[in-house]
Design a protein around this ligand. Structure first.
Ligand code: MSP
Length: 512
């Protein structure tokens, strides 16, 4: 049996349409899922929508819509987002679906049976956008410490989860499993907060709120975070589903840095209460900033991934998201940056190498990759460079360093261009078969290690190389192989079209 690999994204609030930050998280996750498949793992990739809670309910009311209809529409947009981004998720969980609601009730009941839920009264400051309570001490100059927005005083009688009971266990977890939270910098913040002391968590809201009915008392619904976090196991059919037995525990929960507390403290405590194994790694990615500023609707700088794909294509959007910087840090994104990368890196480097190779094969070798003789030193160098890149980029991906892995793939294509320039097959008939054999094989190999990042582009390269499904390997290690020979290729076509670096902003300005 294959090793399994279970990876999830956060489930997105169904209170508004998707933005570029949501696209970023899905693409990051998709790269890891595709890479692990290329490594031979049996991968399960889950994403979905978080459809309950006050925030979603208020958004539906504001539009004058029935909440279920409202979330149905928004959830559909998130599904479409996956499609246009070529994100290959295996399941899409919705928290208003009965498969989730029923399993969530079982989870709450099991925590209650364990003696971890009790009735009490809570008074504190509530932040609706974060769906979180804060104490006086935690507030930041009277505002929410997470998002800096206004909070409201709330007093509620409700049910509490004994989070404080798990304080020691959580500290032990952080001590024993150094990779539980990635990157390291996030772990320190969490540890400080746990060491400050954990308070029990109010996990109910009054029943008129939009949520899963609280299974222990009809007067309440379940707190949206307890509802949402459980999606990672309800989607697998917890408690007895085959998928649960097969894929749990998750290898990676990919989330944004703002929700690390919920995933690295509350979620493991819930799992400890249930007696269920803990996930391997909670990977907290940084935020995308737009033109150096935090993205926000009020600033009007929220970018729509649908518009970007429509304008520049999936590959260009995925590439610009993935090459922004290290996963744990915030990275800058803008339409201008996207276009620059499309022109300078995708078209001028990768597209150029593949097109030069294929056009030369087409016009000089009857549209085929020729047989070759012994490798010369120069050929050998490039072959070795390829094999090193496959190993090193693979190691980077195992370590969740996606941007450096992608840099290495692109550097290999640059090496291909340099090799062509240095060997000048157009001026050297004797060398030409070897050089073109190596370059043809390199195009194939690049497409294998590019596939997790830019699957559409890799498919196009395979197609132009005449490598159909029957002989196509996506296995990572096969990118080290240079055995394609005497092979007929397809029709060469440029992979990328260069664009003007005129963003919508500039367009608007030029129209004034
Ligand atoms: N519904 C909760 C998650 C529940 S998971 C059990 C939520 N939803 S969200 O729609 O607000 O965010 C979904 C994901 O997108 C989160 O991981 C969040 O960090 C991420 N991002 C939201 N804005 C972002 C950026 N500007 N940049 C990158 N990621 C961002 O939180």
């Amino acid at each position: 049996m294959k090793d399994t690999f279970y990876i999830t994204t956060a489930i997105d609030y169904a209170n508004d349409k998707p933005h570029i930050g949501h696209a970023y998280e899905k693409v990051l996750t998709d790269v890891i899922a595709r890479f692990q498949k290329a490594r031979g793992k049996d991968v399960f990739f889950l994403t979905g929508t978080d459809e309950h809670g006050e925030k979603v309910f208020k958004a539906a009311k504001k539009k004058g819509e029935d909440p279920q209809k409202f979330v149905d529409d928004i959830s559909e947009r998130f599904r479409n987002l996956c499609t246009i981004l070529s994100v290959e998720n295996d399941d899409f969980i919705r928290t208003t679906h009965s498969r989730h609601e029923e399993a969530n009730k079982k989870i709450v009941k099991a925590m209650h049976e364990k003696g971890d839920i009790y009735k009490g009264e809570y008074e504190g400051w509530y932040c609706v956008p974060c769906e979180s309570y804060w104490t006086d001490k935690q507030l930041d100059e009277g505002k929410c410490p997470e998002c800096n927005r206004e909070v409201e005083k709330k007093k509620e009688e409700g049910y509490f989860f004994r989070l404080s009971k798990y304080e020691e266990d959580l500290l032990e977890l952080y001590d024993q499993k150094p990779d539980f939270v990635f990157p390291e910098s996030r772990k320190k913040e969490l540890l400080n907060r746990i060491e400050d002391g954990l308070r029990d968590l109010c996990i109910t809201r009054s029943a008129f709120e939009w949520g899963v009915p609280f299974p222990i008392d009809d007067d309440y619904t379940t707190y949206v975070w307890v509802d949402a976090l459980s999606n990672y196991i309800t989607a697998l059919g917890y408690p007895e589903g085959d998928k649960f037995n097969k894929y749990w525990p998750a290898n990676v929960h990919m989330i944004g840095k703002d929700i690390t507390w919920f995933h690295a403290v509350i979620w493991p405590a819930m799992l400890m209460s249930l007696g269920v194994d803990l996930p391997e790694t909670v990977c907290a990615h940084g935020f995308l900033n737009l033109g150096g500023e935090k993205m926000s609707k009020s600033k009007g700088n929220v970018l729509d991934p649908f518009e970007l794909v429509e304008a520049y294509g999936t590959d260009a959007l995925r590439y610009s998201l993935l090459s922004g910087g290290s996963i744990g840090e915030d990275s800058d994104f803008s339409e201008e940056l996207l276009v620059k990368k499309l022109n300078n890196e995708l078209a001028d480097n990768l597209g150029n190498f593949v097109h030069r190779t294929l056009s030369f094969l087409n016009s000089n070798f009857d549209g085929g990759i020729p047989e070759r003789e012994e490798f010369t030193e120069s050929d050998e160098e490039l072959v070795e460079e390829t094999r090193r890149t496959v190993d090193e980029a693979g190691k980077d991906l195992e370590e969740l360093s996606l941007n450096t892995a992608l840099e290495k793939v692109m550097a290999l294509s640059k090496k291909g261009n340099q090799y062509l320039n240095a060997n000048e097959p157009w001026n050297n008939e004797g060398r030409a078969p070897n050089v073109l054999n190596v370059c043809g094989n390199l195009c194939k190999n690049i497409s294998i290690i590019l596939f997790p990042f830019l699957p559409d582009c890799a498919e196009k390269i395979w197609e132009q190389l005449g490598i159909d499904e029957s002989i196509r390997s996506k296995e990572w290690e096969d990118a080290k192989d240079f055995e394609l020979s005497d092979h007929e290729i397809g029709e060469p076509e440029p992979l990328f079209k260069k664009r003007d670096v005129q963003t919508k902003e500039e367009e608007k300005r030029s129209q004034i």
